[in-house]
Design a protein around this ligand. Structure first.
Ligand SMILES: Nc1ncnc2c1ncn2[C@@H]1O[C@H](COP(=O)(O)OP(=O)(O)OP(=O)(O)O)[C@@H](O)[C@H]1O
Length: 188
């Protein structure tokens, strides 16, 4: 039984139709990888699925009901990892994410340092920890592994597996392979 179904989505960015006729469906525990060249529309699709960019046409269903009819309810289902990390530079990691989640991304040693002193990869790991910290039915991840070293990629994959094991879904754009079983791919 599919929980999330997209039918013939069309998305404008600025003046241009960047995506048209995009359809897919995901079951609980499913993972969908978005592939495509720079500018293909991966980020635009993720934003639209999050309700941040309007759909020009098409339908998005959650459990067979219009997903975006109640924006607040939809936002509450989503763990969002954008292109830009939503981390606060003046606060420490421990001030913005529970310590248990920092451990999951190997950031415990940096928990009490102002976030502005973290490296790009460490900030990315903090943003991932923030997504993983609260249970969300759907993770929308824009190039989650960019800038991560191999140990951090392994930890990220473990978090993805845990999300799927509890019935959560993942949609991620990526230019690199993501080594997880039963992945579906949407080429844009
Ligand atoms: N805010 C915006 N206003 C106008 N056009 C935009 C905007 N954001 C993106 N675009 C355009 O929409 C198209 C799709 O961009 P998008 O960022 O979704 O691609 P992408 O597949 O995520 O690319 P990348 O692999 O480089 O991250 C591009 O042609 C881009 O120039």
């Amino acid at each position: 039984m599919h929980l999330l179904t997209a039918q013939k989505l069309a998305i404008f960015r600025g003046e241009r139709l960047v995506l048209n006729g995009v359809s897919f469906a995901l079951r609980p525990g499913g993972i969908l990888l978005l592939r495509g060249a720079n500018g293909a529309g991966k980020s635009s699709l993720l934003r639209a699925l999050a309700g941040l960019t309007p759909l020009v046409s098409g339908d998005l269903f959650w459990d067979d009901l219009p997903a975006l009819a109640d924006r607040e309810a939809h936002a509450a289902r989503i763990g969002w990892l954008g292109h830009q990390d939503a981390v606060k530079p003046a606060l420490t990691p421990a001030e913005q994410v529970p310590r248990s989640a920092l451990t999951l991304v190997g950031l415990e040693r940096f928990a009490d340092l102002p976030t502005r002193f973290l490296s790009a990869g460490q900030k990315r790991r903090l943003a991932i920890a923030r997504v993983a910290a609260t249970p969300k039915a759907l993770w929308l991840l824009d190039e989650p592994t960019t800038g991560l070293d191999s140990a951090s990629i392994e930890r990220f994959l473990a978090l993805c597996s845990a999300q799927r094991a509890r019935g959560g879904m993942i949609i991620a754009s990526t230019h690199t392979p993501i080594d997880l079983p039963n992945t579906e791919v949407l080429a844009l």
